[in-house]
Structures are given as C-alpha cells and as structure tokens.
Design a binder for this molecule. Sequence first.
Ligand code: ATR
Length: 282
Amino acid sequence: MDDSRETQSVNAFVTGYPIKHSRSPLIHGYWLKQLGLAGSYRAHEVSVEDFAAFISSLKDGTSGFVGGNVTIPHKEAAFKLADRPDELSQELGASNTLWLQDGELHATNTDGRGFTANLDERHPGWDRSDRAVILGAGGASRAIIQAVRDRGFKEIHVVNRTVERAQELADRFGERVHAHPIAALGEVMQGAGLFINTTSLGMDGEAALRIDFSPLAQGAVVTDIVYIPLKTPLLAEAEEQGFAIVDGLGMLLHQAIPGFEKWFGKRPAVDETLRALIIADM
Ligand code: ATR
C-alpha cells in the first residue's frame, strides 16, 4: 500500500543573513535521523531585500517548505509578515519559528521557552527566588525577560551599558521590570537568586566580564546565553565563587523543539549525544 502522505518528504529551513554558521541544521538533522523521518532541514540564505518575496513563496506553497526558523536579521520582519503571530511574538515584536497551517502562516518565538527548558533540565528549582538580574538589553534579553516574568519572578532588573535600551524594555514589559546602568550592577544583585548574561561579552574572541557575584543570594544560579566556550569566563568566575552555573548550549537545543514538532509531527528530545555533537562542531 502506498500512502503518499506517509512517504512524502517534509522540508523545513533556517534562514538568516548570513546563515552558514547556524548549528540548527545539525540539530534538526540529528532528530530526523534519530526518529527515522523522511524530512529535510536546511540552511537557506535570504537577504533583507529578498525576505518578503521568500515569505510570499512560503505562503503560496511554491517554496517547497512547510515552515522553518528565522534568525538575525529577519526576526522582526517574520513577525510582521506572518498571518498569525501568537501572543508571545506579538509582545516581543519578533518571531523565530514559522509554520503553515490551513493555508496561513503561523509564527511564534521559542527563545524564551528554550531558556526556561534549559534551566528546568540543568537546575530544577532555579525559579524559586523573586529577584532576577539580566545583563544586556538586545533581542535575546527581550525574550528572556518575557520568559522570566511569565515564570513568576517579581523583580526583574535589566542592567545595560546603554541604559536607554534597558528602559525601553522596562516600559514594554511593565511594572516588574526595572532598568539600570552598569554602575548599579553590584547594588541590584543584592539578594538576587538568578543572574543571566545575555550580552556577547565572554564569547570566544570577545572581551570577558569580571563580576563580583558575592551580593547574590546564597544558592543563586548564574547562567549565560553564550555557549562558545561552554564554560564562559563569567560562568567560571561564578562557579569559583560558589554559585551554581548553567551553560547556554541547552537554550539553543531546547528552542529548536517546538518548530521540529510543528513541521515533522513528532516531539524530539535533547540528549547527551546531541550535546556532544554540537560541542564537537564548535
Ligand atoms: P542580541 O540581539 O543577540 O541580544 P544585540 O541586540 O546586539 O544582540 O545586543 C547585544 C547586547 O550586548 C546589548 O545589551 C549590548 O549593550 P548596548 O545595548 O549598550 O550596546 C551588549 N554589549 C555588547 N558589547 C558590549 C560591551 N563591550 N560592553 C557592554 N555591553 C555590551
């Protein structure tokens, strides 16, 4: 018996500009193979000028894709061009995951879910405190503020070199979110149970950060969205000062799950083999 729907290959993409350094094809390729699915997931570079046309071809079915991931610099445009951006995307003004459903293009943003799923997996109980400190106010910070707020933190302190950018986020996310300049870092860290670096500082080839973590609450968790190197200088410092640390690799892996499930119909899992595969590719 031939059921063409069963044997038909489903194709998904990751697009950005540039896109060749994306690790997403490695992640989804691993899951496709592990789950024995006849699908494909590939990097598809699209420039800013061509992005709207690409989305049109996705919507009218001529692209051959059922959906995909969107990364820098297209996340805002993806949100605007989608027919049905969900609530998470609407509040962020950015989407990283697209899928066709009943002829309409749906969009969500999975970065926040990736962040919380990683902490849930690596350090259950990370969300027990009321106070979080987030360093940085870019796109990644935005999704993480939303996730931490939705997880119930009562005071979220965003500290940024350019305080105006932190203030914009505080205005966007409401009364639980506060903006501060870097000079206030030590003060706002007092008694916090969660510290998150969302800046690129500490990434291979970038300047490292030296932070005195001692004002944090006992048992506080320090995490970094940078994952190359896996243990950033910031995490090494926090660990040396006796705090629990969680690296950023799991956020990358977990944010990929909802998209895979939408396109290919099966929910994949993050396992140690997948982690090792990405680490070997660094
Ligand atoms: P993303 O979307 O990946 O979060 P982004 O929007 O470029 O990236 O944001 C980068 C973040 O790292 C910002 O918070 C930025 O601070 P500014 O808003 O002041 O630019 C922060 N950042 C980058 N380099 C920095 C540096 N050398 N010192 C302090 N903060 C830095």
